[in-house]
Structure formats: C-alpha cells, structure tokens
Ligand binder design. Sequence first.
Ligand code: AMP
Ligand code: MG
Length: 317
Amino acid sequence: MNTEIGTDLNKALTLLQSGQTVGVPTETVYGLAADANNDDAILDIFKAKGRPTSNPLILHFASLTQALPYIDVFPEIFQKLASVFCPGPLTFIVPKSSLVSPLITGGQDTVAIRFPKHPTLQELLSALGRPLAAPSANLYGQLSPTTATHVLEQLTGRIPYILDGGACWEGLESTIIGLENERVLIYRHGGVTTEALAEVLGYSPAAKVHEHNGVLTSGMVKHHYATQTPLFLGFKPSHENQNALQITIGKNELITGPHLVLSQDAALTEAARNLYAALHEADAAQVLKIYVEPFPNNGLGLAMNDRLSRAAAKFAS
Ligand code: AMP
Ligand code: MG
C-alpha cells in the first residue's frame, strides 16, 4: 500500500467513510483514526499499529452532544471538568452504551472519550457526523508522533493517507481520568496537569498509573513510548561525550558533544511540545545512547517523566 501525506480533508473523509484508516492531527499527538461504527476498520487500526486488541481505544467526538448516545452516564463532575478543559487534552472513562463495539473497549463495559481541539480534526468529525476511534499513530510501544512525517516514518505502507495538520502544539498524550468512589483518579498523566484538575475539583486527584490486574491503559504498561536507541534518565558521563546524545530542558553550557535543548527558556509547555520531536531526532542521530535530563515532578513534568521512565524501563537491566 502506498502511503500519502496531504492536506485534503475531503480525501480523508472519503477514506474514513469507506472504512479505511487515516492518520489525523490532534493537539496532543497524531492519531490513527477509523470509523468507530465499523468493526473491520477498527481491526485495521490494531493491525497497522501491531497493538494487542486487549488495549482499548479512545473515541473522539466533535462535542458532548455527539457523544451522549455512546455513553450511559456522564457524571456531573465530568461535565464541570469538560466545561473547563474541553475541547482539549482530557480523556474521560465512562460506562459505555450498546452502540460502542467491544472491539473498542477491549471487552470492558467502560469507554474512553475525548473532544479534541485541533480545528482540522474538529472539522473532520463534524463532517463525518460520527465518532472516530483513534489511538496514537505509532507502532505499538514506540515513540508517539507529533508531525505527519513522524507518522510516515513508522506507518508507511500500512495506511493509505496521513492528513497533515502541522506539528501538534501540546505534544503529549491526553490526561486520562476516571471516577471511583466519587473521586476523580488519573489513569495517565498528560496535557491537563494534576494542579489544573485540582483547581476545579477542590482536591488533588490521586494517580493510578501502575499496572495492576492486567493492563488497563498504555500509560500503565511498563515499557512504552520507547526509542530504538537505549535511553537513560540523567546526564551522560564525560567518557561518553561523543557517542551519546544529551537532551536538556533548557540551555546548558556544560554539555559537550551531541546535545538537544527542549526550550531555550526551560519552559515546560515548550519542552512538552518538543519532547517527542527531540526523541525522534535523537533516535535518528546514530548515537549509542540517549540521556534525558529529568523534569521537575510537577505540572507537565509529571507526564514527561512518566513517558521517559517507561521508555528507559525498556533498557534497564
Ligand atoms: P493511545 O491513544 O494509544 O494513547 O491509547 C489510548 C489509551 O486510552 C490507552 O492507554 C488505553 O488503554 C486507554 N483506554 C481506552 N479505553 C479505556 C478504558 N475503557 N479504560 C481504561 N483505559 C482506557
Ligand atoms: Mg499511544
């Protein structure tokens, strides 16, 4: 199969309507989308990514009104959060209705729903008039894509079309939340910070991001979001200067040899936007190792440390 990159929204729409998978831009990372009401198309998502079918997909809607037939309840506290953060990088786990295929939920009776903010995807969802199932448009376990070219690098020959909407401006996956015993829990750290959620909730939501009783979310898988080049958290030792690439949050005059800076001003939002692109670049740099300076453990730093520690776990002996 030939994979094309373009900006033709109608082409993407026609392909999706005919049951094909399409790479689509979102504000978080690029998604691999298919008509959520077409089981064959959904199976093609798993096939293209090499993703186990037990790992459920997020349903994307233009609006809450569009989502209501697909869910059983949307709790009041989620409505409050949605009014503040949506459209945007926040995913809600809610009880599903019978309209949602078990292929999407990995057989669970809950479904993950999100309202993406990217104008191109909003337009596509409105024109389609039905939800898109879309995980990140990467091969299972590998780096997430934040440009159309990143998608092409991993999925070329596996999907017909990538709709180019420019570089993703958030650059990190959505925050996934659920409700247990009347309390909001974070299942995956992401673009909406714990602090921002706490401001609306009046309490700091606990995180439940580790594997337990089988895998629930990618965020809970120990090895994930990984580079091909061995990756470590920290600073490269001086004897590895030329053979290892260092990624730092801000400028750092002490680093010699290959070095990438995520944000000249060490701003976390800019660092988050650039993180995956830097990891893609580092992975292509033909070095033996990649070192990444750990982020402060708050705000977006939590989500970035989470991704990096799961990437590094692949190489820990
Ligand atoms: P991705 O879009 O590739 O980042 O993956 C979507 C994430 O949402 C995965 O981590 C899924 O496991 C998670 N997810 C989807 N549906 C559910 C659900 N019903 N319960 C818990 N997590 C879910
Ligand atoms: Mg993913």
